[in-house]
Write a protein that binds this ligand. Structure first.
Ligand SMILES: *Cc1c(COP(=O)(O)O)cnc(C)c1O
Length: 347
């Protein structure tokens, strides 16, 4: 019996290392990253930092760790972090922010990933006996829970300007910042150079098996390295993993445009079923966010029905599900997925 086709569109985190990455991992020159250093990790860190317009980089195990290390490096206990309320680090990493970094979240509502600048500015606290200082603004580009929406260069610059005026640092959760750069048609550094720290993922759309890079100035990254050590994030022969990251940056960035085209195609198809299911205004990159309220059907039930047909999506809210396109889905699989989605949503 032929095997049932499974199309996994839950996340771009399901992507597997390419044959070229596997070869590079096997052959990598390695050292001890907890002693004199690992040459391949150093190459990756330098390369990644240059791409985002910063002096230095630090390879962390995951995006969660890179964000946490950044928070620990920027914040003193009790200080406030201003961030969009649906951002990944507030929704899924709040334990690290509060219990480990000792930060206090100041969530603001946003639209397509963007907080209102006036509101942002009015929330900034100089620090007093009654309320600790606001130390950091966190942005997310692309914005995961807002359908992969991009923050454009103009918005990034406006936030840098507000932060500079009030003496705050800006950290960018740029797990998918290369998706943003490709979609906007700008060099990635235009979105990152004015931030005091930037993290980006190697293991989502870029397909490496491991890691996110945290980049910033030499002094910041030196302190961040000590924070990574505190978390037990020092990995000895990390060069094997870093080697895959180098291949990811060399070979997987430009091709993100294919994922975006696939997502657009999927979104148009879903819109054909019912025009209010997808907001094309946020469908900039590789995420298709589907609002199931017009169908009057909860997202988990739809996800379960799709699973039966071999298509995996993710319910992210009671009435919202998402599909994420990535390298490991072929054109034939995309076509199959759209047919199955039409069957289930149109039922
Ligand atoms: C996946 C993700 C992270 C966390 O990365 P992990 O490597 O899974 O820990 C952080 N921020 C965003 C926006 C993400 O999508």
């Amino acid at each position: 019996m032929p095997q049932k086709m499974i199309v996994d569109l839950r996340s771009d985190s399901v992507t597997k290392a390419t044959p070229e990455m596997r070869r590079a991992m096997a052959e990598a020159a390695v050292g001890d990253d907890g002693r004199e250093g690992d040459p391949t990790a150093q190459r990756l860190e330098k390369m990644g930092a240059e791409m985002v317009g910063h002096e230095a980089g630090l390879l962390c195990t995951s995006g969660t760790m890179a964000n946490l290390v950044a928070l620990m490096t920027h914040l003193r206990p009790g200080e406030e972090v201003i961030a969009e309320r649906d951002s990944h680090f507030l929704r899924f990493e709040a334990g690290g922010l509060t219990a480990i970094a000792g930060g206090f979240p100041r969530p603001l509502p946003g639209s397509a990933g963007k907080m209102d600048l006036g509101q942002m500015e009015s929330e900034i606290q100089p620090g007093s006996r009654l309320r600790p200082r606001s130390a950091l603004i966190c942005l997310e580009n692309t914005h995961n829970m807002h359908g992969g929406a991009c923050l454009d260069v103009e918005y990034m610059r406006a936030v840098w300007e507000v932060a500079t005026r009030h003496g705050l640092a800006v950290h960018l959760d740029g797990e998918r910042v290369f998706n943003a750069a490709i979609a906007l048609g700008v060099p990635v550094r235009a979105l990152t150079e004015g931030c005091q720290s930037v993290m980006f993922g190697l293991s989502k759309g870029l397909c490496a098996p491991y890691g996110s890079l945290l980049c910033g100035g030499v002094e910041f990254v030196g302190r961040a390295r000590a924070m990574r050590h505190r978390l037990g994030g020092n990995v000895r022969q990390i060069g094997h993993m870093a080697a895959a990251g180098i291949v990811a940056l060399e070979t997987m960035v430009e091709r993100l445009a294919e994922d975006h085209a696939n997502a657009r195609c999927l979104a148009e198809g879903i819109k054909g079923i019912h025009p209010e299911l997808v907001d094309m205004g946020t469908c900039h990159t590789n995420i298709v966010s589907v609002d199931t309220t017009p169908l009057d059907r909860p997202a988990p039930a739809i996800v379960a029905a799709l699973e039966e047909k071999g298509v995996r999506g993710l319910a992210i809210d009671p009435y919202r599900l998402r599909f994420v396109t990535h390298h490991d889905v072929t054109a034939a699989q995309m076509a199959h997925a759209l047919n199955m989605i039409r069957e289930v949503l149109g039922a």
